[in-house]
Structure formats: C-alpha cells, structure tokens
Design a protein around this ligand. Structure first.
Ligand code: C6P
Length: 416
C-alpha cells in the first residue's frame, strides 16, 4: 500500500516546487485532488510572473523603451514555447485567449456567426462535452437555426464511434469533441474524429482543456482545425489560454473583439485588421498570464509530458484499484487506464456527492462535487451529480490511500 510499482516522476522532488501542497487543512495534511478544476502553480511560474511585475512591467508591442521591449519579448517568447509544446504549425496559429471557454466562443462568433454557418448546417458534438463546448453552439442554434447532433457513449464512458457514421452527413460543417472528458476521464481518439470530419468536408474543433496538462498533445498529428487550451489547468495562471487554428481559416475569419493590437489602421468610418495572431488579440492582453504560461510550459517540458502521462496512468490505476475495494462505491469512466486520464468520478450509495466532498474536506482532501459543468452528461448517466477526484503530476499513491481511507470514514459517518 502507498507505493506505485514504478513511478515515472520523482514526486518528492516535484513537490518541493509547490509550497501550497505543504500545508495542513483542518489539522490534516492537504491532499489536493481537484486538478481538473485548476492546478497548483510551481515556484518557477510564480517567479517568472513576479519577474515581469517587479522588473519590466510595461505594455506590449507599443512601448518604445527597454521595459516595453522586454515585456514584448517575454510575451511573444511564451507564444513560441506554447507553439512548440503543442506542436502547432506556426506561431501565427497560436492566439492568446482567456482560456478554453473564450477560445471556443471565439470560433463560434468569428467563424460560426460571421459566415461560417447558416440555417440547417449541422454540428456534430458529443454527450460528454463541457458547457463551454456546448453553450456557444446553442447560441448558433438559436440565432442561425444550426442543427446540433450528439454522439453517445457506451456504459464504460467511451464514445460510440459508430455514431459518427450516421451523424456526419453532407450537411455537417463542424465536428466538435473534447480530447479528454472532465467528468469521466475518457480519452477520445480525436485524430480519427478529425479525419472523419475532414472526409465529410467539415471542420473539427478539439477541446484540449483536460488533455494538454496531462499528456503529449500534438496539434499537427491530431490535425484539427481548432484546438482550445486553458493555462490554469497546466500549472499556469488563470485568465490565459490559447486558441490554435489553421492559418487559412483564421485569415478568413473576422475578429470578435475590436480595439488595441488587432488594428492595422483606423480612419473615420473604416479600419483594417492586423496580421495573425494579433488580429484576435484586442485590447491590452494578459501579459503576465502569457509569460506565466510560457514558464509553465517550460516546467512541463522539463519533466517530459510522456512521463507525466505515465505517472498519472499508474496513479490512476492504483486509485481505481483502491476505490474498487470500497463496497457501495460506484466509479464511472473507462477501467482501462490507457483510455483514461486521472479523473475519477464516483457515487456512494445513500450519500449526496456534496456531503462526501464536505467530509473529505474535513479530512484535508480537496475534491469537486456537482455536475462539473457537464449537465447533459449527468442526464445521460442519469445522476444529478458526482464527487470527482482528479490527479496531477505531484500527486502520490499515499494520497490515493488517504482518499480511500477517508471514503471509508464517510461510510462510517453515514453508518453504511
Ligand atoms: N473544467 C472542471 O472542473 P476554462 O474555464 O475556460 O478554463 O475551461 C473550461 C473547460 C472546457 N473544457 C473542459 C473539458 C473543461 O474541463 C473545462 C473546465 C473545470 O472540470 C472547471 S468547470
């Protein structure tokens, strides 16, 4: 108990970089298992952001003085790092957004609303999408009369790939899918889905919010037309993320916000837009956030994303095994960890998911309870909510043990 057979990462050394983990909550050592919601930030990320704040705070692209040049260099340098990290074809294809939500909404507005879609066009999505990859398409359904279709899941939480055969038609203009479910942990075959979309002449959008932090993501290998990522789930700060898009499509798209760096020239009554990627970066951007995300990417690359994935796979297998030993506990999602990330949702018969989370908190364990912003999936699973533990690179087998022991305590409290 308490040890992985092989650990791909030296978690003891890694945890030194995360002082937040070294504290007690309700008199117990903190176990942070809400990483699908947001990750903790390592020292180098905090230091890099402090460096910007303390040494070269200035606006980017418009300040003709040394501080401004340093800020611009760091901001644009971070873009290059993110491009390399996700293996995006060109830096012009990496647009800073506030996160995945803004990235997907940008596609809905700048592509869907502004000419990409018309009444009767179809979008093929799945029942496991986060609201951020659902609601923007509802806007188009309501405004334009676009038709939405949903790929279902098997009982084990994997996508019914065969549904695509029927749902993708000549009217399909967009296929949108998450690479990894934030509720079930299911890892979807997004390259194959993008291929099917392209064969039908449709575009493909991949929500990589839950994959980019946890596994190598190769944008060119996936070959989607759009890929959305949030920085705060991958050791970076909140308020920063990226939309990666195919250059020729981005060139055709209209900006969704006006002002600031998205402008080439403005005159009374008319204006011309800047080049990519700045065409979509209106206003003073989140400079500190972008620099922090660049540092997060450096940190992840320093560990090696293959090893991050290996560690989480082993840890998830261990956690699933520990939880399987608790009578009355039902865990959702694939049992095969090669198809699953470190997201573990569960229900304990007779106890509300929020009560479980509260008792776990009293044991020092942070998890999320609720619908996880994926209510259509809750409907599909026929549950109102779940409790969800989600692991990351700094979590250990001892912490999975703590979770299992605390769940036994929940059963005691409820006399189950
Ligand atoms: N999921 C969770 O606890 P933002 O908020 O824009 O950074 O990310 C939105 C988002 C989009 N897609 C997926 C698959 C996600 O998991 C999330 C965020 C968090 O599951 C917060 S609701």
């Amino acid at each position: 108990m308490g040890k992985l057979k092989e650990s791909a990462l030296d978690t003891r050394a890694i945890r030194q970089d995360f002082p937040v983990l070294d504290q007690e909550v309700h008199g117990k050592r903190l176990v942070y298992l809400d990483n699908a919601s947001t990750s903790q930030k390592p020292r180098p990320v905090v230091e890099k952001m402090n460096e910007y704040l303390n040494l070269y705070t200035a606006n980017v692209h418009r300040s003709i003085y040394q501080l401004g040049e340093r800020a611009t260099e760091a901001y644009e340098g971070a873009r290059d790092k993110i491009q390399a990290f996700l293996n995006v074809r060109a830096r012009e294809e990496v647009i800073y957004t506030s996160g995945t939500t803004e990235a997907i909404n940008a596609v809905a507005y700048s592509w869907g609303m502004k000419g990409g879609l018309q009444e009767g066009d179809e979008i093929v999505s799945t029942v496991m999408e986060h609201h951020s990859n659902t609601i923007p398409w509802y806007f188009l359904q309501d405004k334009l009369g676009v038709v939405l279709k949903w790929v279902d899941i098997h009982d084990d939480g994997t996508l019914k790939m065969e549904d695509y055969d029927e749902l993708i038609t000549s009217r399909t203009k967009l296929v949108t899918v998450t690479q990894c479910s934030n509720v079930l942990g299911t890892i979807n075959p997004v390259a194959e889905i993008a291929k099917r979309a392209h064969e039908a002449g449709a575009l493909c959008l991949v929500d990589a919010a839950q994959s980019a932090p946890h596994m190598p993501v190769d944008a060119q290998a996936i070959d989607a037309d759009f890929l959305a990522v949030s920085g705060h789930k991958m050791l970076g700060p909140t308020g920063i993320g990226v939309l990666c898009g195919r250059e020729d499509i981005l060139e055709e798209m209209e900006p969704f916000m006006g002002g600031g760096e998205m402008i080439r020239e403005v005159h009374l009554g008319w204006a011309r837009w800047n080049d990519l990627p700045w065409k979509f970066e209106a206003g003073t951007p989140n400079i500190m956030g972008a620099i922090g995300l660049g540092a997060a990417v450096d940190y992840l690359e320093g560990l090696d994303m293959h090893l991050v994935r290996e560690h989480e796979k082993a840890l998830t297998a261990y956690a699933l095994e520990r939880l399987a030993g608790i009578e009355g506990l039902r865990v959702y999602g694939p049992t095969d960890v090669s198809q699953r990330a470190g997201v573990v949702p569960f229900l304990l018969e007779g106890v509300h998911p929020h009560d479980i989370a509260s008792i776990l908190d009293s044991e020092g364990i942070a998890v999320r309870a609720g619908h996880h912003c994926a209510q259509p999936l809750m409907d599909r699973l026929d549950v109102p909510a779940t409790t969800r533990a989600s692991f990351y690179l700094y979590n250990t087998a001892e912490e999975a043990d703590r979770l299992a022991e605390a769940l036994k305590r929940v059963k005691e409290v409820f006399r189950l």
